[in-house]
Design a protein around this ligand. Structure first.
Ligand code: SF4
Length: 315
């Protein structure tokens, strides 16, 4: 078994409300994931569910009022601030959701090249821009002169200029035309194949199942299931958690059946199942506790006994 490139254990992230130590709101609760070399691991969850907070926590970019606990291990080493400062932008690169991370006062070609002006770097940057349909005039433009889709392609080009081992991409494709979105995802695929890893964060389940190796299903600040992306192609009988199964049924190809209700706010004090108010399989015990079950490299947080003989969910 390979060693994970990135391992996150029991991560919780919250925010102090109005500076109070007593009043806190939580975005991520007791989250554990592993990203292995050679794989795209996608964290899938609804918009506004706190997925981006997870990216900020991994990269040490949380705001000052954040509180966090848990453990992050990169390539076998415990990640502290010093190590993170060394890794960020070098071994670990980040494609943010917001295009405002481009420096508004620097021409984009210069930014993508990280101010290098040697012939080889310029040639590489132009080749990448060409692949993404960005013509020569773009490199001399300032970010405000670009459309949203162009700015996003510039951000992705920045990552391609470097030689990272791990890419964390937060919703990298919205705003891209189909061809650029496909090119981006193909790039992630070929990147991962070089014994590197990608953590993709998205609300787009369709995109996730087509390009990922594993899916971590994020709901109410928790990962409720880690499963293989190909199971979504094989059929609902391969999926375990009732929320994952609801996601399957919500796909246009599977009848587009939404589930009633809405996602709850994460609550660290709550010991019961985060999905219980919407779950058709709920039992009394689900109000008080939830069982974490592990199957090789899969995981499901649910009280249904999936290993037991009686286990059978409706298809
Ligand atoms: S723990 Fe209970 S409520 Fe939660 S998903 Fe499983 S069966 Fe449903």
């Amino acid at each position: 078994m390979k060693r994970p490139l990135l391992e996150i254990n029991n991560l919780s992230v919250g925010f102090k409300i109005n500076g109070s130590k007593q009043k806190q709101s939580w975005a991520v609760n007791d989250l554990s994931i592993r990203a292995y070399p050679g794989e795209i691991l996608t964290i899938v969850g609804a918009s506004g569910s706190g997925k981006s907070v997870l990216a900020s926590a991994i990269l040490g970019l949380l705001p000052g009022n954040a509180i966090s606990s848990g453990e992050i291990i990169y390539d076998g080493k415990n990640v502290d601030k010093k190590l993170l400062d060394e890794l960020r932008g070098e071994e670990i690169t980040f494609i943010p959701q917001s295009i405002s991370s481009l420096d508004p006062l620097v021409k984009v070609g210069k930014q993508v090249r990280n101010f290098a002006s040697d012939d080889e770097t310029i040639k590489k940057q132009r080749k990448i821009f060409k692949e993404f349909g960005l013509n020569r005039s773009v490199e001399k433009s300032y970010p405000f002169q670009l459309s949203g889709g162009m700015a996003r392609r510039v951000l992705i080009s920045t990552t391609m200029m470097k030689n990272p081992r791990l890419i964390i991409a937060d919703e990298p494709t919205p705003g891209l035309d189909i061809q650029s979105a496909k090119k981006t995802m193909d790039y992630f695929k070929s990147f991962a194949k070089k014994d590197k890893a990608v953590i993709l964060i998205t609300h787009d389940i369709d995109l996730a199942i087509h390009y990922s190796d594993k899916l971590a299903i994020f709901y109410g600040g928790e990962i409720v299931e880690i499963t293989k992306a190909r199971y979504f192609h094989h059929g609902i009988q391969y999926l375990k958690h009732p929320y994952t199964r609801a996601l399957y049924r919500s796909l246009p190809t599977n009848g587009f059946k939404p589930i009633p209700g809405s996602q709850p706010i994460p609550d660290k004090e709550n010991q019961g199942c985060i999905f219980r108010d919407r779950c058709e399989c709920k039992e009394q015990i689900c109000d008080h506790s939830v069982n974490t079950q592990k199957f090789e490299d899969e995981m499901v947080r649910c009280n249904v006994d999936f290993a037991g003989k009686k286990y059978k969910l409706s298809v």
